[in-house]
Design a protein around this ligand. Structure first.
Ligand SMILES: Cc1ncc(COP(=O)(O)O)c(C=O)c1O
Length: 390
């Protein structure tokens, strides 16, 4: 056996032994309020990033299908060779207007955008400063970049400032707007100010903010104008897939030339750009959609607190409930599944060991009854579990 094969089998064994095994569940329905699985079971979907229910929205689907019928299903090339279509261009203009930034680049995924931007911007002698709880795509970008990468304590301005005081040729501070596993928000105004004071560029990953926070849900750029590099994904509240980076003209031109994750990859299908554009238009034209999401979040939190569930202080669509221990968190999620609710069981390494949690997400497509039933089931299961694990 080669060393690589030995390592593979050892890693798989450890993963199983530590209760960290992950696997796909085959879904047979579209992604919406209800999920159907191959075993014929249905669950109400509290495990989604489709916060506004747009993944299956008829208007968004029609835009996708119409563009695919007219222009085909693939872009056929990278953006700088032959893959850039007028639907990409139109989406970039829509996004530039929305974020108040002069220019926008589209990426195949948020993971690629974060890796690409940081790899292109951070060079030897530079300092990348990030929140400790940033997403894996940002943390990994820091590990692989040419400069020095440091982290500050989660949402801690003193800790961020201590890192900003380090000497470096160039500095980039990066935070998420809404943290993906905690649902809490970064102090964007203060971080922007600190970045300016220390001549650092300020980058925000708004993956879980666009469609949820800011005026009419239009994201972090409504809350803080001094974001130098604004990144968001289209696979969460917009319900589609792909990602964007918005910034001043020079930065976007630089990324267009030097960002390898932009240059050396197939452009997203034009039909996807049409679908993203339709999703954005729905959010802008129908503010009730975002309003109804927030009503449901408030309703969930009121019920969860009444039921004494250990919900974290989040006012976004991500509503984690702490349930430390791999066995415990998996057992609760499995019992919820049996009762007809899909929820995420989050374990290490996604979160620190000992901070295992249920990740529930609220969607505008949930009914009040869905939320009531979900909280009642959780409260019952977690109450019984308490006795079992104590
Ligand atoms: C904060 C954050 N950034 C980036 C990403 C990656 O985005 P994408 O799913 O488009 O690759 C995610 C997705 O999980 C995320 O939660």
């Amino acid at each position: 056996m080669s060393n690589i094969r030995q390592r593979i089998s050892a890693a798989l064994q450890t993963q199983r032994q530590q209760g960290r095994w992950r696997q796909q569940v085959v879904r047979t329905s579209g992604h919406g309020r209800l999920l159907a699985h191959r075993d014929g079971q249905f669950q109400i979907n509290f495990a989604s990033n489709d916060y506004l229910g747009l993944a299956n929205d008829p208007t968004v689907c029609r835009a996708f299908v119409a563009a695919a019928n007219e222009y085909g299903v693939g872009s056929g090339g990278s953006a700088l060779i032959s893959g850039y279509h007028h639907l990409h261009h139109a989406l970039c203009q829509q996004l530039a207007e929305l974020t108040g930034k002069p220019q926008v680049l589209l990426f195949g995924s948020g993971f690629a955008a974060n890796q690409g931007v940081i790899g292109a911007l951070i060079k030897q002698g530079d300092l990348l400063i990030q929140d400790k709880l940033n997403h894996a795509s940002l943390i990994d970008a820091g590990l692989h970049c040419d400069g020095h990468s440091v982290r500050y304590r989660h949402n801690d301005l003193d800790s961020a400032e201590r890192q900003l005081q380090r000497q470096a040729a160039g500095k980039l501070l990066v935070t998420e707007s809404v943290f993906s596993m905690d649902g809490d928000q970064a102090p964007l105004n203060e971080l922007a100010k600190l970045s300016q004071q220390h001549q650092a560029m300020f980058m925000v990953d708004d993956a879980h903010g666009l469609g949820v926070i800011g005026e009419h849900g239009l994201g972090a750029s409504c809350l803080e104008p001094n974001i130098d590099i604004y990144m968001a994904t289209f696979g969460k509240a917009l319900g589609v897939g792909g990602a964007m980076v918005a910034a001043e003209q020079d930065v976007i031109e630089y990324l267009t030339q030097f960002c390898r994750h932009y240059v050396y990859t197939t452009a997203m299908p034009p039909a996807m750009a049409a679908a993203v554009s339709a999703a954005l238009t729905r959010i802008v034209d129908e503010p009730d959609l975002v309003r109804s999401l927030h009503q449901r979040i408030d309703f969930f939190r009121t019920l969860a607190q009444q039921a004494n569930l250990a919900v974290l202080p989040s006012t976004t669509a991500i509503q984690p409930i702490m349930a430390p221990g791999n066995d415990r968190v998996i057992a609760i999620a499995e019992q919820m599944r049996q009762r007809g609710f899909a929820i995420g069981a989050i374990r290490a390494p996604t979160v620190k060991a000992g901070q295992e949690r249920l990740r529930l997400t609220i969607s505008a497509s949930h009914t009040a009854q869905d939320i009531e039933n979900c909280v009642a089931a959780l409260s019952d299961i977690m109450g019984r579990m308490q006795e079992h694990f104590e």
